[in-house]
Ligand binder design. Structure first.
Ligand code: FES
Length: 129
């Protein structure tokens, strides 16, 4: 058992090891909707899932590594959402829409160039210099 839902392909842990390029966390439909119009959040999540799949970003043989996506309940911004956090850069985008998902995936995740005008926060696991 690898956690894959019935009828879906095995999850990425099925192979035992995996290279991950990015992890995308989207506050789309939080239980306390503090930052999100639920309709925009749900549409953004649907677009993110579909585009990640269409672009082949979940392919474990992808040279750059796979792209994970997770629907998060809250990313501790709680305003101006939907909120999208991308690791390993620690870049948080606000005001996400389905249209913005397209540009963020193409320019940031694939192209390596964050979309600066929509960034609301930068975070790091590094301590102070
Ligand atoms: S409810 Fe969206 S970040 Fe907290």
């Amino acid at each position: 058992m690898n956690g894959a839902a019935k009828g879906e392909a095995p999850g990425p842990l099925a192979s035992g090891s995996l290279r991950v390029q990015h992890h995308l966390l989207l506050c789309a439909t939080p239980s306390k909707p503090l930052c999100v119009d639920p309709a925009v959040g749900a549409a953004s999540w649907d677009r993110l899932k579909r585009l990640v799949r269409e672009l082949g970003l979940e392919d474990p043989s992808r040279a750059e590594g796979v792209v994970w996506r997770t629907k998060a309940d809250c990313l501790r911004i709680c305003g101006g959402g939907p909120i999208l956090l991308i690791w390993p850069e620690g870049i948080t985008y606000g005001g996400v829409t389905p249209e913005r998902i397209d540009r963020i995936l193409l320019e940031h995740v694939i192209g390596g160039q964050p979309v600066s005008e929509w960034i609301v926060q930068r975070a790091s696991f590094d301590g102070p210099p």
